[in-house]
Ligand binder design. Structure first.
Ligand code: PXP
Length: 241
């Protein structure tokens, strides 16, 4: 069964827009778990415009499912996650100020730097994941670095889905088989939604976790948070794995 990790960055963005603690990220995280989410994700960016660094330790105190922290491994980010020890850290290659993640790591060109960072995470008992594009040489590079998992960047799948879903998913299905052969754990995220999730989860073998934020929080405006999470869980169940 693929786990649903709810990315709360957009909830934090609403909170920050008024400078108060409303909505309360901690309470929303607890409610997401109560409504069936199997994980909570935040992605504190260097400008902390949505999730902030101090949200990491606060969430670690209360999350009882799995806490996944995404981010670029600056020394500041590393200090925060090494202190809080979330269940998983997903490293992204984003430049500071980037609007959203839009590509995966060059696991070959940046191997030395990433090997050291992943070694530090693993030494602290944190599962590591690398945000990647679905390419064989990138997956081979990820194995050589020693990461526990990779997270496929699914933006291109989501963008192509309505035009040709089979073609859109094909590179991910193929790369998922490579990942399994190489012994890499597999997550996925970005632009997944109620329309495109079931097909992706059905076609991509070995998928362990999806993290979904933007669409899920948007859907919650219409359906409510509890109902929305149930719908995402049903979409994953419909995929049959
Ligand atoms: N994975 C990574 C690495 C991300 O940066 C994001 C966005 O914060 C997501 C997954 C979730 O993407 P979305 O908000 O489009 O569901």
């Amino acid at each position: 069964m693929v786990r649903l990790s709810v990315n709360l960055n957009k909830v934090a963005l609403i909170r920050n827009s008024r400078g108060s603690n409303y909505p309360d990220l901690i309470r929303v995280a607890q409610d997401c778990e109560r409504f069936g989410a199997q994980g909570i994700t935040i992605h504190p960016r260097p400008d902390q415009r949505h999730a902030r660094y101090d949200d990491v330790a606060a969430l670690k105190e209360v999350v009882t499912t799995e806490l996944n922290i995404e981010g670029y491994p600056s020394e500041e980010f590393m200090q925060v996650v090494l202190a809080a020890r979330p269940d998983q850290v997903t490293l992204v290659p984003d430049a500071p100020g980037q609007l959203t993640s839009d590509h995966g790591w060059d696991t070959v060109g940046r191997a030395d730097e990433l090997r050291d960072i992943i070694g530090r995470l693993q030494a602290a008992g944190i599962r590591s994941s690398l945000f990647v594009d679905p390419e064989d040489n990138i997956l081979e590079g990820a194995v050589a670095i020693g990461t526990d998992r990779v997270e496929f960047y699914t933006g291109p799948y989501a963008h192509e889905f309505s035009r040709d879903r089979a073609a859109a998913v094909a590179p991910f299905a193929r790369a998922a088989r490579t990942a399994a052969t190489l012994g890499l754990g597999l997550n996925a995220g970005h632009d997944l939604n109620l329309d495109n999730l079931t097909y992706f989860a059905a076609q991509v073998p070995g998928l362990q976790e999806v993290s979904i934020g933007h669409a899920l929080v948007t859907d919650a405006l219409y359906y409510g948070l509890s109902n929305t999470i149930q719908q995402y869980l049903h979409r994953l169940a419909d995929a049959g794995n």
